[in-house]
Design a protein around this ligand. Structure first.
Ligand code: HEM
Length: 449
């Protein structure tokens, strides 16, 4: 087969200057789902950038498995890196293997129950403050609870309350500013506007706080939390080799920022979507209530309940199919290569999208329908299933793939046990794709059960 060039790849009609940027911003999902009929690889243009979107599940897998050819990088990732450093999520392959080796022990399966129970306790505390009949922004509620829970996973209860509050405030400003800054021209982000100065002040304080915590921990006693594991892990490249040094203080800080982001935004968004989907599907909601009532029997949800929360778990698997929080990811071709018979020159931005794959009608009958029954016979943890990639695949696969679903399932069970959340009449739920894929201002009425 003769390889086609990038210019020969199909591309939907585009606006002269903006290309497909408006379509992707205004209706990202409508736009993405129009791409597969064009071909396995489709060229899109976002203002000055162009990218090749992979629409085929096997080719998506090929990209995710081969991080030597398709590395993290490109203009957007490089800018994110300037702001958040070389955390596991954004670092290039040259640093990734070592960073992953040194952080993986913190996610050992023996650690998952403790972390998941921490999350359940924070969601119980947050929902315990709701009032009967109150209208809540469920996305904001879950973001706050999940962020609190990641702070505790990282630092146990070693931080004074005001430090936690400052940390959360600074981090929230960082996340909001980060995405705006990633897409704005660098000259604009360097202007001495009050917004830019505020952003820089919060980032500086965030770094100072985390640096101080690390310095105190280096000399202080060990604690049974994620930070302790990372600080005490030494590198062993080959089994049997003498360990060399672990992560430097700067590297530890970058990983902490990575975990704060990746461990709160994704899970909070998924809990919020799941609660929204249950409200929209009363029959499934009733079945989940019955399951949760029987399994928890009035007590708090904890990790030991997970095997019995079968339907609730399937609701979560189906939620991340419909709304995968990491919905669009990019890679950077490090060398001239071919993908599915098409030539990909070095430097090309290659985009992969769990959302697009999860909504292909040839892979999922009625792909837009919420149907937890799909997971009765299909194992959501089957890593060979190229049609289901909410946690991606290959070396850059989510480090929290075992933890996230446990946290979300316990969070949903915790809320359902005490509350019935119903959609506010006339309210429309729109996706917010700026950070992760989360429902924008999800207003729901809480009724005590
Ligand atoms: C429902 C929950 C979650 C979803 C859907 C999710 C999804 C993902 C996806 C798709 C990636 C790959 C990103 C890429 O290739 O560009 C990823 C990476 C990552 N996730 Fe998650 N995630 C979740 C929960 C978590 C949690 C709880 C943590 C940690 C506390 C976490 C930490 C990370 C990190 C550190 C990476 C980078 C891994 C690497 O490159 O080695 N995630 N996640």
């Amino acid at each position: 087969m003769r390889n086609t060039t990038l210019d020969q790849l199909p591309s939907p009609a585009a606006l002269p200057l903006l290309g497909h940027a408006l379509s992707l911003l205004r209706d990202p999902f409508g736009f993405l789902t129009t791409l597969p009929p064009h071909g396995d690889l489709v060229r899109i243009r976002l203002g000055p950038f162009s990218a090749v979107v992979v629409c085929d599940p096997d080719l998506t897998r090929q990209v995710t498995l081969d991080d030597r050819t398709y590395d993290k990088g490109g203009a957007l990732v490089d800018r994110a890196r300037e702001m958040v450093g070389d955390g596991l999520i954004v670092c290039p392959r040259s640093q990734h293997r070592r960073l992953r080796r040194l952080t993986q022990p913190a996610f050992h399966h023996s650690k998952v129950p403790g972390y998941a129970n921490t999350t359940a306790a924070h969601v119980a505390a947050a929902s315990g403050r709701w009032k009967d009949g109150e209208v809540l922004d469920v996305t904001a509620q879950m973001l706050a609870a999940l962020l609190d829970s990641v702070v505790e996973m990282l630092f146990s209860d070693t931080l004074p309350r005001e430090t936690v509050q400052e940390l959360i405030e600074d981090f929230t400003v960082m996340v909001r500013g980060m995405f705006r800054r990633t897409v704005l021209p660098p000259a604009l982000t360097r202007l001495r506007t009050s917004g830019n100065r505020r952003y820089e002040r919060h980032i500086a304080r965030l770094h100072r706080t985390v640096d101080t915590i690390i310095a105190q921990r280096r000399t202080g006693p060990d604690h049974d939390d994620l930070l302790s594991v990372i600080l005490s892990t030494l590198d062993t490249e080959q089994p049997g080799e003498a360990p060399t040094a672990g992560l430097s203080d700067g590297e530890v800080r970058d990983q902490i920022l990575s975990f704060l982001f990746a461990g709160s935004e994704t899970t909070a968004a998924t809990v919020a979507w799941a609660l929204h989907l249950l409200a929209e599907h009363p029959e499934i909601e009733r079945q989940v209530q019955a399951e949760v009532d029987a399994v928890l029997a009035g007590g708090p949800a904890d990790f030991s309940h997970l095997p019995d929360l079968d339907l609730t778990g399937r609701v979560v698997s189906e939620t991340v199919r419909l709304y995968p929080s990491a919905w669009f990811m990019t890679r950077h071709a490090t060398t001239d290569t071919t993908l599915g018979g098409h030539a990909i020159p070095a430097g090309t931005t290659v985009a992969i999208s769990p959302y697009l794959i999860h909504h292909r009608a040839d892979l999922y009958p009625a792909p837009d329908a919420f149907d937890p029954g799909r997971w009765k016979t299909t194992d959501p943890t089957d890593r060979k299933n190229t049609a289901y990639i909410p946690f991606s695949a290959g070396p850059r696969m989510c480090i929290g793939d075992g933890l996230g679903p446990a946290q979300v399932t316990l969070a949903v069970a915790t809320v359902v046990a005490r509350w019935r959340l119903s959609s506010v009449p006339g309210g429309t739920v729109r996706p917010d794709t700026a950070a992760t894929l989360r429902p924008r201002k999800l207003l729901m009425t809480a009724t005590r059960r």
